[in-house]
Design a binder for this molecule. Structure first.
Ligand code: NOJ
Ligand code: CA
Length: 701
């Protein structure tokens, strides 16, 4: 035998005997990989010499009697170091450093000769790993019955969680020990405003936020969810091990795989400082660069809309006529009597265009413009939406011309009520209609069960649908804001036209008394880890009893609504309230008018999940900074250290604070606006009332 071959074989033998390790660039994290005595792939992770994830299994059960998680030998190991800085089209920072050490482990299964690769990337802020299925003779395609990835935690931890549900993420967030989830989960599922699709699974959704007893913050999620189902985490008998659990399809299969492909990345972001979780770019870094070459048409934006009036109980309807007046398959709306409460009528939309133009908003969302809404409240789907046919009182051409003359865009709305096959059938016509009529952004919606395939919102088939819509929209230079889609995984790096998603409880739940005061102190640590949320803040009139039968009250003060424009990062921000309410509070409204939606830098000043968040951001290309600070049901003093300001210059800060007598329950509209000279040496100490906030804008003098 040649010397070199002998050496290679010796190395392989050694590879199989000992753990393979890589460290993060700053050496704080260490990842170990090995095969156990059954040839099962095993990894563990430590941070500052403390084990964070104990030995955890990897692999798959597939449609073959030989499981795809044992009898492996290591056939190759490749290490790599990477360090590059890139510029997102929009974001919390104008530049993002992508620095990691990588290990690619190639495995072969002795009994079947099947190959599986596992790629690990270790960053200073955490770990990403994914499975890769190389093209190979003995495995062309297969069905995943279950992914066997484990996250074997060291001990019980505090967890911020929502229950697993393959169709929705719109749950209140519960804070408890991991070990308490089993006894609490059914209660959360039965919460009156919770999801519609109960599931008996003892599992939670990701991003899952954990805090160990030693004060280590750990976030588990995934990156680049493409052609694969979403991952949930079992919190059953195996605790504290969290075991992956993929959303199934309607036949109970988890994924249909063709070799020559990869899985999404499994991500673990961690630090002993909660602020580092919020400043992590690990998930974006694990996604691939933009597939859209010319991104000049993609613009972060602020918008208003014919929207909140549907939730206040004030009488507006999406539908043009009353439900009982419409016949199944109705095609001629012009012969029907309007119900007199249709929100999307030409004059009303013009009023919003005027308002947007006067106050500097980029766009006006109009929901209820198109045929098919008559049974929306029931979502029974007898009527399927048209995405090219407007109701008789919504004049597409006239509004297009009017909006253009006022320098404002109209934002399209495609509620599908999950008639997804029908949506795909209409998709090109719908996008052509948008282009022809001057629309460049669409809010999509997937309320209710997926018809006619009865797939789940989070299964592989639907994941492919959302990605197909984002990709196709890019061909038409259309930006997307999807509601009720699978939660994001950083794909906006690849498709920057996918500006935002909902995929959690947004402001709409405030209209059913559905959000807790700590909700928005947790969302940035959970749902927002995957990407921006169309949370739709800015409700000034929080007591909805003024409109009619709705007795709901917002769970925040008015000033906390302002602060959310900074703490809930999104390149797409709505001023969600009725225009009349902004006209009543013009000085507070000024903050929403001023605040930026795209940033050069972000500074996480204070953060504790479930308690408080304070963030400062520098507006892109401007010498302007905006700060938002929020608290849960407890009052607190926020300390705003302005040392991020360039040294030696004078600035004027406009401070929007809760009034001394403000309280989210009894007096949410009490606020004070004041001005103050500040510099990089200033430390502002500001008082936040229960579920209150503070918002600050800073301009150079
Ligand atoms: C639910 C969405 O989240 C909401 O914003 C929208 O108004 C309704 N569906 C109707 O499409
Ligand atoms: Ca929703």
């Amino acid at each position: 035998m040649k010397k070199s071959i002998c050496l290679a074989l010796c190395l392989l033998f050694i590879n199989n005997l000992f753990a393979q390790k890589i460290s993060s660039p700053d050496s704080c994290l260490e990842l170990n990989f090995k095969l156990n005595t059954s040839g099962e792939p095993i990894y563990n992770l430590s941070y500052k010499d403390q084990v964070i994830i104990k030995d955890s299994g990897m692999g798959f059960l597939i449609n073959s009697p030989d499981p795809f998680n044992q009898a492996f030998t290591i056939t190759n190991i490749t290490d790599l170091s990477f360090d590059q800085t890139w510029e997102p089209v929009w974001g919390e920072n104008a530049q993002i450093r992508n620095q990691y050490n990588e290990m690619l482990v190639s495995l072969t299964q002795a009994n079947t000769d099947r190959q599986l690769d596992i790629r690990f990337r270790l960053f200073d802020d955490g770990l990403g790993f994914r499975y890769e299925f190389p093209i190979q003779k003995n495995l062309r395609h297969f069905i995943i019955k279950e992914e066997l990835t484990q996250f074997n935690m060291v001990a019980d931890s505090k967890a911020f969680w929502i229950p697993a549900d393959y169709d929705t993420n719109e749950f209140p967030i519960t804070t408890s020990k991991l070990s308490e989830i089993a006894s609490l989960i059914d209660g959360v599922r039965q919460e009156p405003l919770a999801a519609k699709a109960p599931s008996s699974t003892l599992a939670v959704q990701t991003p899952l936020m954990l805090k160990t007893n030693d004060g280590i913050y750990i976030n588990i999620h995934e990156a680049a969810l493409i052609n694969y189902p979403a991952m949930f985490l079992n919190v059953g008998a195996d605790l504290p091990s969290l075991d992956s659990h993929l959303a199934p399809d309607k036949n109970g299969n988890r994924g249909y795989i063709q070799t020559g492909s990869v899985t999404p990345w499994r991500t673990v972001v961690l630090s002993d400082d909660a602020r580092d979780i919020l400043s992590s770019n690990l998930i974006l870094n694990l996604n691939t660069p933009s597939e859209i070459e010319d991104t000049s048409w993609i613009k972060p934006m602020k918008y208003v809309g014919v929207w909140w009036e549907y939730f206040t109980g004030g009488g507006s309807t999406w539908a043009y006529t009353d439900y009982q007046d419409i016949k199944l398959g109705q095609t001629d709306y012009s012969s029907l009597t309007p119900n007199g409460r249709h929100g999307a009528n030409t004059q009303h939309v013009k009023d919003y265009i005027d308002f947007a133009s006067e106050h500097g908003f980029n766009a006006v969302l109009v929901e209820g413009w198109n045929e098919g809404w008559e049974d929306n409240t029931a979502y029974v789907k007898e009527q399927i939406y048209s995405f090219t046919q407007a109701y008789p009182d919504f004049d597409v051409k006239e509004l297009q011309e009017y909006a253009e003359s006022k320098g404002v865009k109209l934002m399209m709305h495609h509620e599908t009520t999950s008639s997804v096959v029908d949506y795909e059938r209409q998709l090109h016509d719908a996008f052509e209609f948008m282009v022809d009529n001057g629309y460049d952004a669409v809010k999509t919606g997937y309320v209710g069960p997926i018809t006619p395939r009865s797939e789940f919102h989070d299964g592989q088939w639907m994941v492919n649908h959302y990605n197909y819509v984002a990709k196709t929209a890019a061909d038409y230079k259309i930006m997307i804001n999807s509601h009720e889609a699978v939660r994001p995984t950083g794909l906006s790096r690849t498709y920057p036209n996918w500006l935002a998603q909902e995929s959690a409880r947004g402001t709409e739940f405030e209209s059913f008394n559905g959000n807790n005061p700590d909700h928005t102190t947790i969302l940035p640590f959970t749902r927002l880890m995957g990407g921006p949320m169309d949370y739709t803040p800015g409700i000034f009139q929080g007591d909805l009893s003024v409109y009619g039968p709705n007795k709901a009250k917002l769970s925040t003060t008015l000033v906390k609504q302002l602060a959310l424009y900074v703490t809930m990062y999104s390149p797409l921000q709505m001023a969600a309230d009725l225009k009349e309410n902004y006209e009543r509070f013009p000085d507070a409204f000024q903050f929403i008018k001023d605040v930026a939606v795209d940033w050069d830098n972000s500074y996480i000043l204070e953060a504790e999940p479930g308690d408080y968040i304070t963030i400062a951001r520098k507006a892109k290309g401007k010498n302007e900074w905006y700060i938002g600070s929020i608290t849960d049901e407890n009052p607190r003093e926020a300390v705003l250290d302005l040392s991020f300001l360039p040294v030696g210059k004078k600035y004027e800060a406009t401070i929007y604070s809760d009034g001394k007598d403000a309280h989210w329950i009894s007096n949410p509209q009490s606020y004070v606006v004041s001005k103050k000279r500040v510099s990089s040496k200033t430390k502002l100490k500001l008082q936040l009332v229960p579920s209150g906030g503070v918002a600050v804008s800073i301009k150079e003098l």
